[in-house]
Design a protein around this ligand. Structure first.
Ligand SMILES: Cc1cc2nc3c(=O)[nH]c(=O)nc-3n(C[C@H](O)[C@H](O)[C@H](O)COP(=O)(O)OP(=O)(O)OC[C@H]3O[C@@H](n4cnc5c(N)ncnc54)[C@H](O)[C@@H]3O)c2cc1C
Length: 298
């Protein structure tokens, strides 16, 4: 039988105190949709589970200095339905609408998904393309880190033990941005993804000024395809077929050590990653124009 102590702190400070006590390895419990499965299977063996359910202060979506700030305990269902997210960072809402099933979305939290990035973590893909930043807090300390740096930071396991992700800061898409998000699985709901892609492109005088391409479920961790992005810079829209094929060829060189498992072979995942990016580059969507002032005040 799996044994652990279970605590439900009523404040963030109290939760951080327990997580910071190195003598008793503790883990944060958010929606539990991954952690409880891992605990039951013996994949992780925490001495203490610190349930974050009473930390309402980590559950919000609001404007904050040209960004949408999202508290780590916000659920995928809340992200899917939120008008600020639908308007200003629509690829995040699109991702949430294809996440797990409606039941899973009401429990799964954004913080829990990001912390699980080494496994399936659909939210990380659009957040990478949106150049998001994470706020970490530990007892007596807080720091911000780019999501891209968090993923490549090899010290993350050590940092994880005593730190909580408390907020995700997502820059709003400018009016000259085009975007695309798609995820491919073996069925529509509750499917482990074979590949996913999120793309954000900003344009100036019909030429591409900046391109961000993120892919998930193909390599061991989600990645930004920076070399493929570089191919698109200064190209005019609509993109020529030749440019798109060159971009896809470069992308294939960036997809190192693709996952090869019972869901899909390595070769198939790479093929589908390229197919999704091809679709993205032909179907970029504009950001909808609305009443900004009204939306921000609501
Ligand atoms: C049927 C089913 C379908 C699923 N479908 C999908 C899917 O489509 N896409 C997908 O990406 N995932 C999917 N998952 C996996 C899981 O639901 C997600 O990864 C979920 O977002 C995890 O969030 P949680 O709040 O449940 O985290 P938990 O399970 O509570 O925790 C997960 C990990 O994150 C840590 N953690 C939690 N909160 C924080 C925090 N604030 N700061 C630091 N660490 C933290 C925990 O300690 C633990 O290590 C599915 C799972 C199931 C069972």
């Amino acid at each position: 039988m799996v044994e652990f102590e279970y605590v439900t702190p009523s404040s963030l400070e109290a939760a951080l105190q327990v997580l910071g006590d190195a003598s008793h390895p503790a883990m944060a419990l958010a929606g539990g949709t991954r952690l409880l499965i891992d605990v039951r299977a013996g994949v992780v063996q925490p001495a203490i589970l610190v349930d974050l359910r009473h930390l309402d202060t980590l559950e919000y979506i609001r404007f904050d200095d040209h960004c949408v700030a999202i508290g780590a305990r916000t659920t995928l269902a809340q992200i899917e339905m939120n008008p600020l997210i639908q308007r200003y960072v629509p690829l995040l809402a699109e991702m949430a609408s294809s996440f797990g099933s409606p039941l899973i979305r009401t429990s799964s939290t954004l913080g829990g998904n990001i912390a699980s990035f080494a496994q399936v973590a659909d939210a990380v893909v659009p957040l990478l393309a949106l150049d998001s930043t994470l706020l970490f807090q530990s007892a007596g300390n807080r720091r911000r880190q780019q999501l891209s740096a968090f993923i490549t930071d090899h010290r993350r396991a050590a940092a994880h033990a005593h730190e909580l992700i408390t907020e995700v800061s997502v820059p709003v898409l400018p009016g000259n941005a085009l975007w695309f998000y798609a995820k491919l699985g073996n069925r529509k709901a509750n499917a482990i993804p074979i590949a996913s892609v999120a793309t954000v492109i900003t344009i100036q005088s019909q030429r591409i000024q900046e391109a961000r391409i993120a892919l998930g479920a193909i390599t061991p961790a989600p990645l930004r395809a920076t070399h493929a992005e570089a191919v698109l810079l200064n190209e005019s829209l609509p993109l020529r077929d030749q440019t798109i094929e060159h971009c896809l060829a470069v992308l294939a060189t960036e997809l190192q050590d693709p996952l090869d498992d019972m869901v899909a072979s390595a070769g198939y995942r790479v093929l589908m990653g390229k197919a999704l990016l091809r679709k993205a580059l032909y179907h970029l969507r504009p950001v909808e124009q609305g009443d900004d002032k009204k939306m921000r005040e609501e």
